[in-house]
Design a protein around this ligand. Structure first.
Ligand code: LLP
Length: 421
């Protein structure tokens, strides 16, 4: 993904905010949303953005302002979505381990439906709905037992994964729910994994689930929503992502002859290529012959390289010019690992990439960091989370999350100390 021509001046931004910070392209976020929405044109659809990818209120607000909904996996995400302007009837609540208080609150908030992932959960939803004399709209997350061919940590559609309910069991639970005065099955859901680059497993899953959908409707269930989950992959290095048009056509074909509203839950597709993590070089060092570039961001800000061996390409920012390191043919370039200050050997942002000699305060741009970047950040080593800044093609810049105060990291720990003093 090339950096857009309207990228803001990093010189000015680093003067204002220091480093590291996340930087998001709101124009690109809007374009990606419209691309996936447009792919389903001519059909009733809801793009329920998966907040787990990037739940910054302003990011969610951008999507809500275009009519987008939200796929949430905690009460926290539901509250964020509502605060950002997502209509409750555009919100879905998924996840394998919803707590009782979360289910109760979701019912009070009257969200579109709860995506149920086990029989135990279905019975609990029924009990809670009955206690407040309501009928809970639900869908079941069905596990189609299909290998999505992605990293095992982000593969979710096999029986060996904790997610969803096997097809046969789902059938039985749908029939149970259909008869219950406190459950109203309105949809069906599946999600087989993330960063998917191959349409075939998605097609196989769609066929399996649509056949269950058709058979349930044939016996009078009247399911309205066909929720295909998220998972569309993006280009990090030289991947060939699935075209939204081909993806949508495949789904529309399976649903021919029905009035089903399609729900799609993209996360990475909307925000992944829209985000950058900006960091400064602290030091260079060579241990024997191994070169390390030590920067001021780390695995606590972006854990994807450590956790999934993910590759995030890095560009250099030099005298207001942006230079992609993959195309660098500098005669002085040598291979280096880009590492952070955290006390773990797994703390790296990139391995064995070609870099020219770098100096203290040189800026690096870590690309494709808009999805599962900030949302997976931690305070490990008592490091505050970076601020989040946004820009658009009109060259406007907004601070959408201010820099975290160091003191806020131990604020909730002071009571005991105060008591002892
Ligand atoms: N819907 C459900 C039910 C999900 O579990 C997920 C992601 C999504 C939608 C959105 O998937 P996406 O469109 O973003 O692929 N931390 C990992 C990714 C974990 C994805 C978890 N579920 C990473 O950094 O690659």
């Amino acid at each position: 993904m090339s950096i857009p021509h309207y990228f803001p001046s990093l010189g000015q931004l680093t003067k204002r905010f220091g480093t590291p910070f996340y930087l998001y392209d709101f124009t690109n976020i809007q374009q990606q949303y419209l691309k996936i929405k447009g792919a389903f044109a001519g059909r009733k659809s809801l793009i329920a953005y998966a907040l787990k990818a990037n739940s910054n209120l302003s990011v969610v607000q951008q999507i809500a302002s275009l009519g987008g909904g939200a796929d949430c996996v905690s009460l926290g995400e539901i509250k964020r979505a509502i605060l950002a302007g997502v209509k409750p009837y555009h919100i879905i609540f998924s996840g394998v381990g919803k707590r009782k208080d979360e289910i109760l609150e979701a019912l009070h908030l009257n969200i579109l439906f709860i995506n149920v992932e086990s029989e135990d959960e279905l019975l609990l939803v029924e009990k809670i709905a009955s206690s407040i004399r309501t009928e809970a709209r639900i869908s079941l997350r069905v596990n189609p037992n299909i290998n999505p061919k992605t990293h095992p940590y982000i593969s979710t559609g096999l029986n060996e994964n904790k997610f969803g309910i096997p097809v046969q069991e789902a059938k039985r639970l749908y029939l149970y729910a259909h008869k219950s005065p406190h459950l109203k099955p309105v949809g069906i859901h599946f999600h087989i994994g993330s960063q998917l680059l191959d349409l075939e497993p998605l097609q196989e899953a769609t066929q399996k689930i649509s056949s269950l959908f058709h058979s349930l409707n044939a016996i009078g269930l009247e399911l309205k929503f066909f929720d295909v989950g998220g998972g569309l992959g993006i280009n990090y290095t030289d991947e060939k992502p699935i075209e939204p048009y081909d993806y949508a056509q495949m789904i529309l074909k399976e649903l021919r002859g029905t009035e089903a509203t399609i729900i799609c839950e993209p996360g990475r597709f909307i925000v992944g290529n829209s985000g950058y993590l900006i960091t400064s070089v602290l030091y260079e060092k060579i241990n024997d012959s191994k070169r390390f570039v030590i920067v001021d961001t780390a695995m606590n800000d972006l854990i994807r390289p450590t956790l999934y061996d993910a590759i995030h390409q890095i560009a250099l920012f030099d005298s207001e010019k942006i230079i992609d390191t993959e195309i660098l043919e500098h005669s002085h370039c040598t291979l280096a690992d880009v590492v952070g200050p955290i006390c773990e050997s797994g703390d790296f942002l990139a391995k064995n990439i070609k870099l020219p000699p770098l100096k203290h305060n040189n800026l690096l741009i870590i690309k494709n960091a808009g999805a599962y970047g900030f949302t997976m950040a931690s305070h490990y080593n008592t490091r505050p989370n970076p601020p989040e800044i946004a820009f658009n093609d009109q060259k406007k810049v907004w601070v959408i999350r201010s820099k975290e105060r160091l003191e806020s990291l131990w604020e909730n720990e002071l009571a005991y100390l105060k008591d002892k003093q």
